[in-house]
Design a protein around this ligand. Structure first.
Ligand code: FAD
Length: 378
């Protein structure tokens, strides 16, 4: 009997667990640990924020994994020893034949002075009810959506929120001023300026001020402070800086950097039979831009890690490789979505494009969620 330990029950962890369960011997043990009791796709937060749906409709208990032959431990992982392939979960040590680390990115609001008191972190699902109330009861004149660090997960999400919020206020007949600011030079750098202009023109046509190259230093009551001045707001919805979870920072896996370094094709860390996938890793594209942190990539990397573990257990040469192909949705309002899609790890530069908006892509986005909930947790 062999044991695979999966750390994290988000996109990467769930995809890996199911891929392994489908192919490993039933006697082999698959353990998945997460401090959360439920899985939910990230964009449900945006839908709940603008009153398009509820989070409850998209929440599924991770305990459902037990019915599928995957042992779920609902507890914090407090220590990781990659050399010994061991982790401490709920105070108990677990040793494994292989480990897949899929712990995602942690949100670090405290890195920006004043953020916690004066902004709402809309990337944390805990804050969604408060943010939805604030939008619904909004009587001010100026709403700001701010990106406080890069890389951050799902790069289109803040622009999507801006466009859906614009629709939300239009339905109520409210005219407000809206800003979206980012420290990056353009909306989605991996796309290049031509496609970014399409997004930025769309924001502008919707009356949203797109403000690039603005790195916020702090937040005060009703004002964001930048190096070259302040910008006032009545409500600020923010994406805080991201970082690896503390247990990873202490594990030696980041090699002094910000994220876990892996072989981008095999998802291997420098420790034998220890793989890392998803938002917790850094992969650079051929032109030096970070591969977007997105569920689709976490999932694809997870299948590669799982496939390589299966081959190793069967004494075969692992051949599965991550190719960086995939796409993210960008909902634009009016019942439509665009896709940012392509081959992100193509040489000598990513081949990524932005599609025209269509109702079909919004239908695909809904199906994307439904398929995963059904396959993983129902
Ligand atoms: C608003 C929004 C919209 C998005 N839209 C899209 C989209 O349209 N398409 C797309 O592909 N992606 C989207 N994403 C991004 C996507 O959610 C992430 O990229 C994806 O979840 C990453 O998967 P992961 O497995 O690496 O990490 P996660 O899914 O974040 O999972 C990590 C898990 O590890 C657990 N964990 C962390 N530390 C510990 C610890 N010490 N002990 C125990 N458990 C721990 C966490 O509780 C979490 O469940 C969106 C994100 C947001 C916020």
């Amino acid at each position: 009997m062999r044991r695979v330990l999966i750390l994290g029950g988000g996109f990467g962890g769930l995809a890996a667990a199911h891929h392994l369960r489908a192919k490993l011997d039933h006697k082999d043990e698959i353990i998945l640990a997460d401090q959360r009791a439920h899985f939910m796709v990230g964009f449900r937060q945006t839908w709940a924020l603008v009153g398009a749906s509820t989070m409850d409709e998209g929440l599924r208990p991770l305990a459902a994994l037990e019915r599928k032959g995957i042992h779920f431990i609902h507890a914090p992982i407090t220590q990781l020893d990659p050399d010994a392939r061991a982790a401490t979960i709920d105070g108990k040590s677990f040793q494994a034949d292989a480990i897949i680390i899929a712990l995602g990115a942690e949100l670090a609001s405290e890195k920006i002075p004043g953020f916690a008191s004066h902004a709402i972190n809309f990337y944390d699902r805990v804050n969604i009810p408060r943010a939805a109330d604030a939008l619904r009861d909004f009587t001010g004149a100026r709403l700001a959506i701010g990106i406080f660090g890069a890389p951050y997960k799902c790069p289109p999400a803040p622009y999507e929120l801006a466009l859906l919020t614009r629709d939300f206020f239009a339905r109520q007949g409210k005219a407000i001023e809206m800003d979206v600011f980012t420290p990056q030079p353009m909306s989605l750098p991996v796309l290049g300026q031509a496609s970014c202009s399409v997004i930025e023109n769309r924001l502008s046509a919707s009356g949203i001020n797109f403000m690039p190259n603005l790195k916020a230093a702090s937040v005060e009551k009703n004002a964001v402070v930048f190096a070259n001045g302040k910008r006032e707001f009545d409500l600020l919805l923010g994406v805080p800086p991201h970082r690896v979870p503390a247990v990873i920072a202490q594990s030696g896996l980041t090699n002094g950097g910000d994220w876990i370094k892996i072989n981008p094709r095999t998802t291997e860390t420098k420790f034998a039979n220890v793989y890392a996938v998803g938002d917790v890793v850094e992969i650079l594209t051929a032109n030096g831009k970070p591969l977007p942190k997105a569920g689709v990539f976490a999932e694809a990397m997870a299948r590669v890690a799982a496939e390589r573990i299966i081959a190793t257990f069967e004494n075969r040469m692992p051949t599965a490789q991550f190719d960086g192909a995939g796409g993210c949705f960008l909902e634009v309002g009016n019942g439509e979505a665009m896709m940012v899609q392509g081959e992100f790890l193509a040489e000598p530069a990513p081949r990524v494009s932005l599609t025209d908006p269509s109702e079909k892509y919004l239908a695909d986005k809904r199906a994307f969620e439904a398929e995963r909930l059904r396959a993983w947790l129902e």
